[in-house]
Design a protein around this ligand. Structure first.
Ligand SMILES: [Zn+2]
Length: 188
């Protein structure tokens, strides 16, 4: 008996929708504004609802389809709103170990080696605040060596300028594992 979710069945019968959803279909889709600017990440169900409601069109798909008796829908990886929506503000993603490492591409801001920790450039013990511009990805060796000293005290310089991720970058940082099909849109 075919699994049926929201009136849609998988084209090929088994695997059932629930299996397809878990195993091969993206669980999330990247939603772009009508201007093609990335807006947010939505669940697959939400994405399909937007497409069925005529509010969005599919831009990227791996070719898999869901169908009902009267409709066929590509499983969306990237979709785009048909009408522009005004976004009054952008949510700023908080700096965490994961988001800082992702912003800095897992490279140590002091030696460019592989980083697995986050360092407060101006140490918190000396009044440094926990904000994007005061944190940098660091390898354990550099982090341990720097400890609670200022860069000026040990003659070090940062290899990068820590910035607050905005727009597409913030979205990329917010998405735990961006789907490969999203990269072209996030890099814009
Ligand atoms: Zn280092």
């Amino acid at each position: 008996m075919p699994t049926n979710v929201g009136g849609f069945e998988t084209l090929q019968g088994p695997p059932a929708w629930s299996d397809l959803h878990e195993v091969v279909a993206p669980r999330r889709s990247l939603l772009l504004n009508a201007s093609r600017e990335p807006l947010c990440v939505v669940s697959l169900h939400r994405a399909i609802a937007l497409v069925l409601g005529g509010k969005a069109v599919v831009l990227e798909s791996d070719g898999r389809v869901l169908r009902s008796q009267s409709l066929t829908v590509l499983v969306p990886q990237v979709l785009c709103l048909t009408r522009y929506v005004h976004v009054p503000f952008r949510r700023v993603v908080p700096p965490t170990r994961r988001t800082v490492l992702q912003r800095d591409s897992h490279r140590c801001g002091y030696c460019a080696g592989p980083a697995e920790t986050v360092d407060h450039i101006h140490p918190r013990s000396r009044g440094g605040v926990h904000e994007w511009t005061n944190v940098v990805a660091a390898c354990s060796r550099c982090n341990h060596h720097k400890a609670d000293r200022l860069l000026s005290e040990i003659g070090w310089q940062l290899l990068i300028t820590p910035v607050v991720p905005r727009g597409s970058a913030a979205l990329l940082v917010a998405a735990t594992r961006p789907h490969p099909s999203w990269h072209a849109y996030l890099a814009a």
